[in-house]
Design a protein around this ligand. Structure first.
Ligand code: OXD
Ligand code: MN
Length: 594
């Protein structure tokens, strides 16, 4: 417990509104958590899985209308609409408070309100920010225990300070029509109601660590980004770090936990995971950028995760994890599409119905999840808990582009790199259809997560660049180039390591590159293909000629993409797109037409 007046007053106010039967403070002790697990199992909220196969693991199903983040129900309620910008939903704050007060009135009647103090970042570190989530869901408490550092140690670190993020979550009726995920950045407050799905209710994650934190970062001179962080250990024992932003479904967790090809492993190379989803980034005393993963676990998409695609993620889920909306097998195990080629029989699907793998429906929901402790990960970085973060040599942006973007290119300088991030886009369903899909712009992969006007966010990136004396180099990658028949040309997965090595060599100024209108691309011979054995299709093995093909800058596609980007920029209010980015788009067009 605490004597902190700001905390106590706020809890009084929220519980007077929501009227729970009981208030329980979460102290973070294993005894209390174990009692909550037992209680959740007794009510059916959670199911204990086979403890021999999956020790400490539990299962949960959400309501069928509540299986994903709801962007159309997510609001950034800044004092003015312009502060939220054209890419966020906005309602005037007092109007939104009125709506919410009505919805929350008595929302916890007959229920228990759990008071959950948590820290994003190692408690007491220069990165750490504290939050308190009030929730009527044991599932939320148990997930937050995996995803964040929780309990009394957080209250001790907070002391008397009023500087904490307020989060109020009530499950209420899981009524999709009245579902709200609302952020009031000026009040450091988050409200979530009528949902029980992770991304909407684990308020430390997207709501705090991205939306509210991006706003705080702008005010305080740091950055909250939708980025993985990894370290590459070289045979000489040195480790260099990079951060990378990709829109969803582009393999962020896989890249974060990459296993280098065998020839590199034999030479002594290794990849260490610092984070798979969120990076908080600050300027260190030495003028370099330092990144910290504010989370404590992984909330990963289960389908597609297997021994081949990501053995480290799979290993992370083998104990003390929670599985949501996957298939539950008769012996208390779990399964999902893409885990292996042997769908189990006599099992229940994600809705809890008997499921026949031959009936043509998926057994696990496509957005089914595992919540796994980061410390379970076999390649978790020894620097994971470093209170000062890790120094970044490179920042990578990327997307899924069938034709437009080359495998990799380097931005000319920081401002050009910010432009490259602002121009990020991904194509929908291109891979499956074998055609160029619909382009969706997703600058810095932050479209659903930026807590203020994205134009101001770009300006913040530009301003940060001026303050960093040792700027990391900025790159763009595209693992998803397709041939005419829709086959992936680049092998991806572990072989992406070959591209990471080029990126790091460039970041350190160790090799030359070829200058093109869009930036610097590798000399083909500088991407090491030794030991690469990849069949693009029907015995067509990947060769240096294929590499040359996917390094080409396809000018007509670029010019088309620039028109699309101009339309996107035009959505912003007059003067909101930084002059630096307008200059960059003009200069790029000139170089391309040049
Ligand atoms: C996530 C997401 O769940 O980006 O990490 O949607
Ligand atoms: Mn994410």
């Amino acid at each position: 417990m605490t004597q902190n007046k700001a905390v106590l007053n706020w809890i009084d106010e929220m519980t007077a509104m929501t009227k729970p039967d009981k208030i329980v403070w979460i102290d973070g002790s294993e005894e209390q958590l174990e009692a909550l697990r037992a209680e959740a199992c007794s009510t059916g909220e959670m199911i204990k899985l086979n403890q021999e196969k999956l020790p400490g693991c539990y299962y949960h199903r959400t309501a069928v209308n509540d299986v994903a983040r709801v962007e159309d129900r997510t609001f950034i309620c800044t004092p003015t609409k312009e502060e939220a910008g054209p890419t966020n939903n906005w309602v005037e704050p007092s109007e939104m408070y009125d709506r919410l007060n009505k919805l929350y009135d008595g929302a916890m009647k007959g229920r228990t309100c759990y008071v959950l103090p948590y820290s994003m970042g190692p408690v007491g570190s220069p990165f750490a920010k504290y939050g308190i989530e009030l929730t009527d869901s044991i599932y939320v408490v148990l997930n937050m225990n995996i995803m964040t550092r929780i309990g009394n140690k957080v209250l001790e670190a907070l002391g008397d300070s009023p500087d904490f993020i307020k989060g109020l979550h009530a499950k209420k009726d899981i009524d999709a029509e009245n579902r709200y995920i609302v952020h009031f950045p000026q009040d450091n407050a988050i409200y979530s109601i009528n949902s029980g799905y992770g991304g909407n209710v684990l308020l430390g994650k997207k709501c705090f660590a991205l939306r509210i934190a991006s706003h705080l970062g702008r005010e305080e001179g740091w950055m909250a980004e939708h980025m993985l962080i990894l370290g590459i250990e070289y045979p000489n024992g040195e480790t260099k770090y990079l951060a990378a932003a990709f829109p969803s479904a582009c393999g962020k967790t896989n890249l974060a936990m990459l296993i280098p090809p065998e020839i590199y492993r034999k030479k002594g190379y290794k990849v260490w995971t610092v984070g798979d989803d969120i990076a908080w980034i600050r300027i260190g005393k030495d003028g370099r950028l330092y990144a910290c993963n504010p989370e404590y676990g992984f909330f990963g998409v289960a389908p597609g995760t297997n021994e081949k695609s990501n053995p480290n993620a799979l290993a992370s889920t083998r104990k003390n994890s929670i599985f949501t909306n996957v298939v539950m097998t008769a012996d208390g195990g779990v399964w999902w599409e893409g885990l292996d080629k042997n769908p189990p029989r006599g099992v229940l699907n994600w809705k809890g119905e008997p499921w026949d793998p031959d009936d043509g429906t998926p057994g696990a929901h496509p957005n089914s999840r595992f919540t796994a402790p980061a410390i379970n990960c076999p390649c978790i970085s020894p620097e994971f808990e470093n209170p000062d973060g890790v120094p970044l040599s490179a920042i990578i942006f990327g997307g899924r582009r069938a034709k437009t973007a080359p495998l990799v290119y380097q931005a000319r300088d920081w401002d050009h790199g910010v432009f490259v991030g602002s121009a990020m886009a991904s194509e929908t369903t291109a891979a499956a259809a074998g055609a160029v899909g619909v382009v969706r712009r997703d600058p810095m992969a932050m479209i659903p997560f930026c807590g203020y006007n994205m134009g101001d966010y770009w300006q913040h990136w530009i301003d940060m660049g001026k303050k960093i004396s040792h700027q990391p180099a900025i790159f763009n990658v595209n693992w998803f180039r397709l041939d005419e028949d829709g086959h992936f040309i680049w092998p991806g997965f572990g072989d992406n390591f070959r591209v990471l090595l080029w990126i790091m060599a460039r970041a350190e100024g160790k090799i030359d590159a070829v200058e093109t209108p869009i930036g610097f691309i590798p000399k083909p011979e500088d991407i090491d293909l030794e030991g690469l054995d990849y069949d693009i299709c029907d015995g067509h093995k990947f060769t240096i000629e294929d590499l040359k093909g996917i390094l080409k800058v396809e000018t007509p596609y670029w010019l088309e993409d620039l028109e699309n980007l101009k339309e996107f920029y035009a959505k912003f209010e007059e003067g909101k797109v930084p002059k630096e980015l307008k200059d960059e788009i003009e200069a790029l067009e000139k170089r391309l037409k040049g």
